[in-house]
Design a protein around this ligand. Structure first.
Ligand code: SF4
Length: 322
């Protein structure tokens, strides 16, 4: 059985709603995100930008194994070197496990680089912060992601000096040649694993303009982790995920887009509906309550105070469409 490590994507899921950690990747709980073509397209765009970022840090070693233990072992061997660049190194600290996009090791100094297919204005004010000096909500998930990775790397190498970066596409840069994207084509091998085929026509000219920008984010991460609750939350998620114990969470507006819903047909075939489980637990509903034409009205009538408390306006789309 695969070890139950808290990875970047599971941590992100837990930040959305901790209960999701119990449902994720269990075949009895259908996950609507798994076949969402929009998310797949988004992931593929990120994959391409990630590959391009490697060309800005040439000479690195790729860790391609998807096996936790093998990838970690290969990474550890490379990290014996004094200076090394590693793409997708596997770093584990206790129950926490990450694959860093790019790790640059220079003696005792590490550069942790997370690549995102998101644009950044290199000439504007700090876009990560509000005027009040707090993290902007649209950047929060990206910075949380790097904060989680820094937490793991610091845990694994407590003596190291670490600098963290987001590598983003520069809004102000002019792409040096037309069709640069086409020179990094997504291909699949015989096992349907994604990879990138770099065109033999790629030249230094193509890469000479810096169209990706490496933005230091340690000061922003310091804001996220400063009161200790961030690392407490990581440990809380990791512990429950390792033991496969559900973390209860209040229902609310966030449930509107919950991916752990399924159709009546799927339920009749034996699948479980994560959304229904949550709502039954919290509101003590029976199956018949979910068959009403407008669940929101019933919910509102029964739970006016609750509803007012968190300003709910929507319920999961599946039920609204019944
Ligand atoms: S239904 Fe709501 S509480 Fe349950 S997992 Fe989904 S978002 Fe979380």
């Amino acid at each position: 059985m695969a070890p139950r490590y808290l990875t970047k994507s599971r941590f992100k899921l837990g930040r959305e709603c901790p209960t999701k950690l119990f449902y994720t990747k269990k075949k009895e709980y259908p996950d609507t995100n798994l076949d969402d073509p929009f998310l797949a397209a988004l992931a593929e765009g990120g994959f391409q930008v990630g590959e391009r970022a490697k060309y800005y840090h040439p000479g690195g070693h790729d860790i391609t194994s998807l096996d936790y233990e093998e990838a970690e072992q290969q990474t550890n061997e490379l990290l014996q070197l004094e200076n090394v660049i590693i793409y997708e190194p596997a770093i584990r600290f206790g129950n926490l496990f990450i694959r860093i996009d790019i790790l640059v090791k220079d003696g005792n100094h590490f550069e942790l680089i997370e690549v995102k297919a998101k644009s950044y204005d290199s000439e504007g004010d700090d876009p990560f912060l509000t005027n009040g000096g707090t993290i902007r909500t649209n950047w929060q998930p990206y910075l949380d992601d790097v904060a989680f990775q820094r937490h793991v790397l610091e845990g694994r190498f407590p003596e190291a000096e670490i600098n963290s970066y987001l590598m983003l596409t520069d809004k102000n840069a002019v792409c040096p040649v037309d069709g640069l994207n086409q020179k990094f084509r997504i291909v699949r091998d015989e096992n349907n694993r994604k990879g990138i085929k770099v065109s033999s026509t790629l030249t230094n000219e193509d890469l000479k303009e810096w169209i990706l920008v490496k933005v230091p984010v340690d000061e922003h991460i310091d804001l996220i982790v400063k009161d200790g609750s961030f690392s407490d939350q990581i440990e809380h998620f990791a512990d429950h995920y390792a033991r496969d114990v559900k973390i209860p969470s209040p229902i609310g507006n966030k449930c509107a887009d919950c991916e752990f819903q399924c159709s009546d047909e799927e339920e009749a075939s034996g699948f479980k509906n994560g959304f229904k489980e949550c709502w039954k637990n919290k509101l003590h509903w029976a199956d018949a309550d979910f068959d009403e034409p407008n669940v929101l009205e019933i919910w509102s009538a029964r739970n006016k105070d609750l509803l007012r408390g968190w300003g709910a306006t929507s319920i999961p789309h599946y039920y609204l469409n019944k």
